[in-house]
Every structure is written in structure tokens, then in C-alpha cells.
Design a protein around this ligand. Structure first.
Ligand code: ADP
Ligand code: MG
Length: 261
């Protein structure tokens, strides 16, 4: 029962992964200050699959996730969503972003809005949903992330772990096809990180399609179909958790894992 092997089949789109990056290149700066951050990235995420990005700070994980969410323009290559290249200027970026959800390390919630209103803002304002139906959906999602009792609280009344669970809840509103998670636990104490990671494992078990950057190798091992090790803008090594974490083939991968302890 491998989730990885059956993940590519999509109705009407046999074998097309949900997300494909082809030769993605991104540089920052110009002239002597030019810095290649993504240097020809090829990556696939099939439906119901979880791909985990690992690599040292500065290796390009956030840039890659932001590029997929069309927050960074790429210099070359393709970002295919369901086979359609979304990294071109003709594409409606908001329509693409509606199919994706990106959660960052911190500052994900609107501080002046209660948790419930954080979840219903986009449906009500952008999609003109009536309040009762938007709130019914929001309550269902809050229940799923274990925050029913915090619906009326403001973000600063929540623990860091609750804030991130609320942020993930907000990301789930509207049923995104792909969840992009950028080090969502790295600002949290281990105990609070644990409750967020447990939530992500539960979403994973439900078949949520995810592309995740993390430093938590134990979590990566549990959640990943594929681990992708980024180094100096390239995919240096990739494979199953056992392949990459237990039997790394490249010196840079070994060094990275050794430093993490
Ligand atoms: P990671 O998430 O793996 O730590 P990032 O994608 O944040 O890596 O950063 C990769 C590299 O790109 C770093 O060297 C960083 O300094 C650089 N970088 C990221 N964003 C910008 C930016 N807006 N302008 C210039 N350089 C940037
Ligand atoms: Mg980052």
C-alpha cells in the first residue's frame, strides 16, 4: 500500500503529478553580487504525497516554497500545477494561490482578528460567502485542529503552538490542493512544536498533499515519501527517509546530518 506509487494517477490527467518543477532557477542580486539560490531544480509532488525539503539555512528552501506560491518570480524553468505552467506572467496568480496554501514560521495570523474571523475573512471578503456558512466551515476546521475552544480568542491569547495550529487551520479553509509548510515549528519550544507536528502527521494520514521544509528530522522521517536535500541551490541528494537519513551518499548530506546531531 504505497502512497508514493499510486500518487501519480489523477482523473483525466494520468501520471501528471500535481506539482512539477522543471529546471527552476532563481538568482538574487546583480553583477558581482549575484547569487544563484535555485540552480535548476527538478521536483515532483504527486497527489497525496509528502515531499520534505531539508538543507542548511540559506540553501533555498524558503525561496523554493515562495516560488511555488508565486511570491518569488523565477528566472528560468517551469512550475507546473496539474500540468499547467503557472510561472508565466499571463497566469492569474490569485487563482493559483487559491489552490495552494503556504504557512510560514511565524506571523501567520491577523493579530486584530479573533481566530474564527481569521478563518472566515477570505471566504467572506474574497469569495462573498455569507457569514453563517463561512463560520460553519471554519468551526469544522477548528475542530479538526483541536481549537474549537479557542475560536473566540485573539492570536496573542494563544500559545505559540495554538497559533500555528490556527494558522494551519486558516490555510485549510477553501480546501487547498497543496499545503506548503515552511519551518512551521522552528519558532516553537519542543513541546509546542510536538503538537503542531502531530497535527501535520494527522493531515498526512488523511492524504493531504504537502511540500514541507523542516529541520525536524524525526518528523521528516515519519511524514516524508521523499526527502530532498538542497545544497548550494541544487538537489544534492534525494530518496526515501531511509535512503537519505540512514544511508546518505554524499559528503554534504553526511555533514548536514552530523551537524544536526
Ligand atoms: P532557506 O530557507 O533554506 O534558509 P532561503 O530560501 O531563505 O533559504 O535563502 C536562500 C538564499 O537566498 C540565502 O542566501 C538568502 O540570503 C538569499 N535570499 C533570500 N531571499 C532574498 C532576497 N529577497 N533578496 C536577496 N537574497 C535573498
Ligand atoms: Mg527558510
Amino acid at each position: 500500500m504505497s502512497r508514493a506509487s499510486d500518487g501519480g494517477a489523477r482523473p483525466g490527467k494520468p501520471d501528471a503529478p500535481l506539482l512539477s518543477l522543471r529546471g527552476v532557477r532563481k538568482t538574487f542580486g546583480t553583477g558581482a553580487g549575484q547569487h544563484v539560490v535555485l540552480d535548476g531544480i527538478d521536483l515532483d509532488v504527486a497527489e497525496h504525497q509528502c515531499v520534505v525539503l531539508v538543507g542548511s539555512s540559506g540553501s533555498g528552501k524558503s525561496t523554493l516554497l515562495r516560488a511555488v506560491d508565486l511570491l518569488e518570480e523565477i528566472d528560468d524553468g517551469q512550475i507546473l500545477l496539474d500540468g499547467e505552467d503557472v510561472a508565466n506572467p499571463w497566469v492569474d496568480a490569485n487563482a493559483v494561490r487559491a489552490r495552494l496554501a503556504l504557512v510560514f514560521q511565524q506571523y501567520n495570523l491577523f493579530p486584530h482578528l479573533r481566530v474564527l474571523d481569521n478563518l472566515t475573512l477570505a471566504p467572506r471578503v474574497v469569495h462573498r460567502r455569507p457569514r453563517p456558512s463561512a463560520e460553519a466551515d471554519a468551526h469544522a476546521i477548528l475542530e479538526k485542529v483541536g481549537l474549537t475552544h479557542r475560536a473566540r480568542a485573539y492570536p496573542d491569547q494563544l500559545s505559540g503552538g495554538e497559533q500555528q495550529r490556527a494558522a494551519i487551520a486558516r490555510a485549510l479553509v477553501g480546501g487547498p490542493e497543496l499545503l506548503l509548510l515552511d519551518e512551521v515549528t522552528s519558532a516553537l519550544d519542543p513541546a509546542l512544536a510536538g503538537e503542531v507536528l502531530d497535527l501535520l502527521l494527522a493531515l498526512r494520514a488523511e492524504g493531504t498533499t504537502m511540500l514541507v521544509a523542516t529541520h525536524e528530522m524525526r518528523f521528516a522521517r515519519q511524514v516524508a515519501d521523499e526527502i530532498v536535500f538542497l545544497h548550494e541551490g541544487r538537489i544534492h541528494e534525494r530518496g526515501t527517509p531511509t535512503q537519505v537519513l540512514d544511508h546518505p551518499q554524499r559528503d554534504a548530506t553526511r555533514e548536514f546530518l552530523r551537524r544536526l546531531g
